[in-house]
Every structure is written in structure tokens, then in C-alpha cells.
Design a protein around this ligand. Sequence first.
Ligand SMILES: O=C(CO)[C@H](O)[C@H](O)COP(=O)(O)O
Length: 196
Amino acid sequence: MTEAGAKTIHIDVMDGAFVPNLSYGPQIVAALRKETNAKLEVHLMVQNPENLVQAFIDAGADSILVHVEATQHIHRALSLIKAAGKEAGVVINPGTSVSTITPLLRMVDQVLVMTVDPGFGGQKFLPETTAKLDLLRELRGKTDGYDYKLEVDGGVNEATMPEVQNHGVDLAVAGSAVFDGIDAKKNFQKLAEEAG
Ligand SMILES: O=C(CO)[C@H](O)[C@H](O)COP(=O)(O)O
């Protein structure tokens, strides 16, 4: 993917508890770190992410995203990431409103708005989530100290990319739109070209 021009690799970590699926741990991040200088963005879909952030920092993550729904100590999780000099992002599921994270917006580098319920690739984009992008952009525009990037994840493909771009996203995660089919490099380049 980096040969195709990808600057960031989004790594989905799932624990089989916060989401009904299981993926991998920090070893995969450490292995990738040895192979690439691309930005490694770790999306922790795990319960109590504050217990795991250090392991992913040690493995070489550049940025760590934690779900507000996954912990009673979201401020602690984000503080640990920031204290290590890494980028910190907060993630909200489709059923979570922006007001849940407003006390955190000053401390984050990124807000990831899930455009599907997390757990599986290949799901259908939920258009009702885009109102949150507008609100987050509006808040960022009018509030001193809000300096986060806006990101979406889930169901992003050639058909939905223009829609999320209309809502002003800075970053979009694409899974199946890139990796389904026979030529992931070509898929990525097509999507990146469309995004401009
Ligand atoms: O985090 C996810 C699943 O838990 C995302 O949905 C995934 O990263 C993107 O996959 P796709 O582009 O196929 O929807």
C-alpha cells in the first residue's frame, strides 16, 4: 500500500469483547514498524484501552485511537497517549453523540466518527452519521484550542467517498474497497485519485 502512495496504515485491533471479533495485538504493529516508515495508526476496539496503550506505544504506533464507549477512564487513556508524545484520537460509534466527547475535544489530535458499527469490514455506510461531521467541523471552526482532524471509518468506497468529502473529512479509512478484488494497489490508487 505504501508503494501505491498510502501514507498512513490504519490497524484495527479487536478484542472479541468490545466488538464481536478478534484480530491481533502489538506484535503485528512491531512487525509492521520494522517494515515501513508510514504512519501507523492503531484503532483500539477493545474494552479498557487504557490498559493496552503502552504496549502499542512500545510497539511503535504513531497514533492511537480509543473509543469513548469502551472505558470509564477515557481521559486517562488519552493522557497516556499524549504523555508518550504520540497522537491521540477519540472514536465514537454510530449511536454515540458528539456531546459525549465535547469535554475531550481540546486534548485530541483526531476524532474518528464510525460510519458503521465497528467489528467487521464490508458493512454498509450509515449516512445518518454525517451530521456529526458537520457539528464537529462547526465546533472546530469556532472554538479556540480545537485542532483535531476529522476521520471516518466504515463503508467508505467510491460511492460514499464524495459524500464524506462533502462533509469536510480530513481522513477516511477504507478496508474492503481497497482489499476486495484482485488488485489492492490499483483499488487504493483509484480511491485516492477520487479523494484528490
Ligand atoms: O473498523 C472497522 C471494522 O471494525 C471498519 O469498518 C474497517 O476498518 C473498514 O472496513 P470497510 O472499509 O470494509 O468498512
